[in-house]
Write a protein that binds this ligand. Structure first.
Ligand code: GLN
Length: 487
């Protein structure tokens, strides 16, 4: 087994036991990138040189007998909407094609202080708007399980890099499913943390009230390790919650005895492929056999979730993206004859179609004649959806649903039909609307061999419960399988 195939936890143990060096781990991952990146296209920027330097530094610290963080020397890829000081941060947009942040996101300060090895910046849908990573200005990332299919989105680069061994773990961001959905399509584990538990300082905003950074890994334990590192209160983010956060990885259990699992009918209805429903229900049955208690619940407002999500997220996006005007950051049009002309041309040329669609939709739903009819109603729906979840969590510990309605679709299949593309988010958007944590774990394959994901949803700040349940499932099935053969 090559080093890039191992989990962060295994590599961390090997480093401790001096069975390998940080340099060897980094070379193994960089070698894998060299071999498969031409096919997978997960990265916008690979940071070869700085990764090697960082690995060398870790090896020196080990030689000096310094106490190291368990994630020291572990290669991590970063979604390209997380600000990295001195490293290009494009949001996969022409608008930021040359933007190098002068500061680090809070999560990057944590990653750096743990002495992790940053392998590079990962491709995504432009400004995190999309479900397939096809709206990236730069390239189309491929699903490592079938290179003719999408990896999901918007954190498609993050999920594909982890699934292919081009990174051991990765950071993504999730506004309506962008960590969980690509994780499901690529057969890896992705956690969307509770809103407020991971600092958003330095995350380029899409919809600030829904955005959350979170980890992607090949094992639940790896995801727990990264989440333990990145969570915590941050005075630089006004929505960051000041509570005591547990060390999820150290506390990780693998027992589902007595765990109450709720099954909401609304997530198993029309529009969800039969093979996906079956795979999730089989998994739930397996957990029941191992001691979990399963009960039916109802979340009737799910029917309004997609409409509410696209209204709320587009409204916030239209405001957040106003800052890209050719003055402050990145791209500026070449020929213009007035300030207004410069703004207009810069934004027309710098943004792609999907981003423009969201800005127009958001501006429309916030306009004086339509605010009450759309934005206000969506805000009311948000309250109702949240209240239904709170009610459900009075009876159950976790809720199990499919992560996405089907396996990964073909590249190009949904690009001409935005509503079809939006419909793939049906199972994930409610969680952001309610600010809850949720994890996606692999739970089988479709008839054509594509991974299926199960989503476990928890109450606010109940990440430990989710990770424990997911970890129990992983040990029952004996792991989530090997890295697919790519070339
Ligand atoms: N697919 C959803 C959208 O396009 C979610 C994106 C996300 O979570 N960043 O809005």
């Amino acid at each position: 087994m090559e080093l890039y195939e191992k989990s962060a936890f295994e590599l961390s143990e090997m480093l401790k036991a001096k069975e390998c060096s940080a340099a060897e781990i980094t070379e193994s991952v960089l070698g894998r990138i060299g071999k498969t990146e031409a096919s997978v296209e997960a990265y916008v920027t690979v940071c070869e040189e700085s990764a090697r330097e960082q690995a060398k530094k870790v090896d020196e610290m080990i030689a000096e007998g310094k106490e190291l963080h368990p994630l020291a020397g572990i290669p991590i890829g970063i979604k390209d909407n997380i600000s990295t000081k001195g490293i290009l941060t494009t949001c996969s947009s022409k608008m930021l094609y040359n933007y190098v942040p002068p500061f680090n996101a809070t999560v990057m300060n944590k990653v750096n202080s743990a002495e992790m090895v940053v392998t590079g910046k990962l491709n995504m849908d432009e400004f995190a708007m999309g479900s397939s990573t096809e709206t990236s200005y730069f390239k189309k990332t491929k699903n490592p399980h079938d290179l003719t299919r999408i990896p999901g989105g918007s954190s498609g680069g993050s999920a594909a890099a982890v699934a292919s061994g081009e990174a051991i773990v990765a950071l993504g961001s999730d506004t309506g499913g962008s960590i969980r959905q690509p994780s499901a399509y690529c057969g890896v584990v992705g956690l969307k943390p509770t809103y407020g538990s991971v600092s958003r300082f330095g995350l380029v905003a899409f919809a600030s009230s829904l955005d959350q950074i979170g980890p992607i890994g090949r094992t639940v334990k790896d995801v727990a390790m990264v989440q333990s590192l990145i969570c915590g209160h941050d005075k630089m983010d006004a929505t960051s919650k000041d509570i005591a956060y547990p060390d999820y990885a150290a506390n990780l259990k693998n027992d589902v005895k007595g765990l109450k699992i709720g099954i909401p009918d609304e997530y198993f209805g029309e529009g969800i492929d039969a093979e996906v429903k079956d795979a999730v229900m089989e998994t739930v049955k397996l957990l029941e056999k191992n001691g979990a208690e399963v009960r039916k619940i109802s979340l009737p407002s799910t029917a309004y979730a997609l409409n509410s999500y696209y209204i709320l997220s587009s409204a916030e996006a239209s405001s957040n993206l106003a800052r890209f005007d050719g003055v402050r950051y990145g791209y500026r049009t070449e020929n213009y004859d007035s300030l207004i002309d410069m703004y207009e041309k810069t934004r027309s040329e710098g943004f792609g179609d999907e981003v423009k669609r969201r800005i127009m939709l958001g501006t429309f739903v916030l306009s004086s004649g339509f605010y009450d009819a759309y934005y206000k109603k969506a805000k009311l729906m948000q309250k109702k959806i949240s209240a239904e979840f709170s009610e459900a969590f009075a009876d159950v510990d976790v809720i199990a649903t499919p992560t996405v309605p089907s396996g990964a679709f073909k590249i190009g299949e949904n690009m001409g039909d935005p509503l079809k593309m939006y419909a793939t988010d049906i199972c994930t958007v409610t969680i952001n609307i309610a600010g809850l944590p949720a994890i996606s774990v692999p739970c089988g394959k479709t008839a054509n061999g594509m991974p299926i994901g199960m989503q476990l949803i928890g109450g606010h700040f109940r990440e430990q419960t989710l990770l424990d349940a997911a970890n129990a499932y992983e040990s029952i099935v004996g792991g989530f399988g090997n890295i697919p053969k790519i070339v």
